[in-house]
Design a protein around this ligand. Structure first.
Ligand SMILES: [Zn+2]
Length: 160
């Protein structure tokens, strides 16, 4: 179910939208082996008509299934955008999709959500990575950071 706002009503007064966007509505386009979008995206939005577009404020929240990019342990991560603020144009290349009287805010919300996702999810900020190899790597790194491949280089290879 897309997030739609009635433009005709919006011309008269701001709209308040609340609901859940199913995981499938956003998750299909997001391809990252370490992140799975499997819970609905909860939204609470205020939409206001402005001369040059729609002013959208509010919040987004959900939780995602991740694998730690260092130790590969699965974990869940809450993702929240508590103060969303977005001006969505109604015309031009960046315009929100419009059908009849309704503007579809779904792609916009998905995009904001993607931007809030971690590039390298970690089970905890100080995760040491996989036990043995990681401790060897860590002592290596602490000795001299420029010496030898970084754990990130190894990860990049893994991703390929
Ligand atoms: Zn970890």
């Amino acid at each position: 179910m897309p997030v739609l706002v009635n433009l005709r009503l919006l011309a008269e007064e701001p709209a308040h939208l609340e609901g859940e966007l199913p995981a499938a509505a956003c998750g299909m386009e997001y391809r990252d082996e370490l992140i799975r979008f499997d819970e609905p995206l909860r939204y609470e939005l205020d939409v206001e008509r402005q001369p040059d577009g729609l002013l959208i404020t509010g919040s987004l929240a959900t939780s995602i299934a991740c694998e730690c990019s260092r130790c590969l342990k699965p974990f869940r991560l809450p993702v929240e955008i508590p103060e969303l603020a977005n001006l969505a144009p109604l015309q031009g290349e960046e315009a929100v999709p419009i059908e009849g009287d309704f503007a579809d805010l779904t792609p916009l919300l998905c995009e904001d959500f993607y931007l809030a996702l971690p590039a390298n999810p970690l089970c905890r900020p100080d995760c040491r990575g996989l036990s043995q190899t990681a401790s060897a790597r860590d002592s290596h790194l602490e000795g001299s950071p420029s010496d030898g491949p970084s754990p990130w280089a190894a990860l990049d290879k893994l991703k390929l």
